[in-house]
Write a protein that binds this ligand. Structure first.
Ligand code: HEC
Ligand code: HEC
Length: 233
């Protein structure tokens, strides 16, 4: 069905010397665009359906709806940006994350990422498409801090994570707002002590590690995260 429209549309550009008319040609072209959009959303939906079969092993630590499970130290995944989820799975697989001495939690996750069913890029993409389809429900805040102080600390973070901490793909920076707050504090500590952002090829992690000059104490971590808790992406 999609192929047929593709064939019809093919020669159109050439007919009017490259100019697009307003008659049937435009209609056909519009149909082509609509079909391409439908085709890509069908493709996304079928990817996510394949990913649903890969997600059950993740539920014990990340929750059935990707809401996170603090008891297992598994952060919320729902609502996180797909590019970042994919990158982290690849980092755990390659050893760019989860291999530093002392990083027991990262090591646990790395073992999960190396499961035989996740060895292809296609499988990881399907799994990520499925996680992206999960409902992004708010989680209860657990971190207390000085929000006003946190706001001023957060000014250094905006260029990469965005004003609303929504994450900026162009900067390879994840969403922070609405994610498990205890996990954000944990990760700041990991960047500071070299358990994350240590691998030579881990550009994103190294960049974030370099930014830790802006935060120096546990109080700083808590204050900035308390401010992030007030943001809605
Ligand atoms: C045995 C528990 C466990 C299982 C099962 C597990 N994870 Fe994790 N996962 C963790 C822990 C713990 C972390 C946090 C690691 C850290 O503290 O650095 C994590 C972190 C992650 C992250 C990084 C999130 C971020 O914001 O940086 C992603 C992505 C992830 N897990 C995806 C998955 C997927 C997908 C599966 C299923 C294939 C899975 N995990 C299964 C425990 C688990
Ligand atoms: C120069 C860009 C840049 C700036 C500025 C920056 N970050 Fe990041 N941050 C990143 C990138 C890139 C990552 C993803 C690292 C990776 O790929 O492992 C990240 C990751 C994080 C994470 C881990 C999130 C997760 O889900 O695991 C936290 C927490 C974080 N940043 C907090 C902050 C805070 C707080 C500030 C301001 C003090 C800040 N960042 C400033 C680029 C930046």
């Amino acid at each position: 069905m999609f192929g047929k429209f593709g064939v019809v549309v093919g020669p159109i550009g050439r007919k009017n010397g490259g100019k697009m008319g307003c008659g049937p040609q435009l209609l056909t072209a519009l149909l082509f665009v609509v079909n391409t959009l439908i085709a890509s959303s069908i493709c996304q939906a079928s990817k996510s359906a394949a990913g649903a079969g890969l997600y059950p092993v993740c539920t014990s630590c990340h929750g059935a709806a990707g809401q996170g499970n603090r008891g297992m130290s598994g952060p919320k995944l729902a609502g996180q940006q797909g590019f970042y989820l994919l990158k982290q799975m690849q980092n755990f697989q390659s050893g760019a994350r989860g291999t530093a001495p002392g990083d027991a939690k990262g090591r646990q996750m790395a073992a999960m990422a190396k499961g035989p069913r996740l060895s292809s890029l296609a499988a990881l993409e399907s799994l990520v498409a499925y996680i992206e389809s999960l409902p992004d429900k708010a989680v209860a805040p657990t971190v207390q801090g000085d929000v006003l102080r946190g706001k001023s600390l957060y000014s250094t973070c905006i260029s990469c994570h965005g004003e609303a901490a929504q994450g900026l793909e162009t900067m390879a920076a994840p969403r922070l707002a609405g994610q498990s707050d205890w996990y954000l504090v944990d990760q700041l500590r990991n960047f500071a002590n070299g358990e994350r952002g240590y691998a030579p090829g881990d550009y994103g992690g190294r960049q974030m590690k370099a930014m830790m000059y802006a935060l120096s104490t546990e109080t700083d971590y808590r204050d900035v995260v308390a401010y992030i808790n007030t943001l809605t992406p």
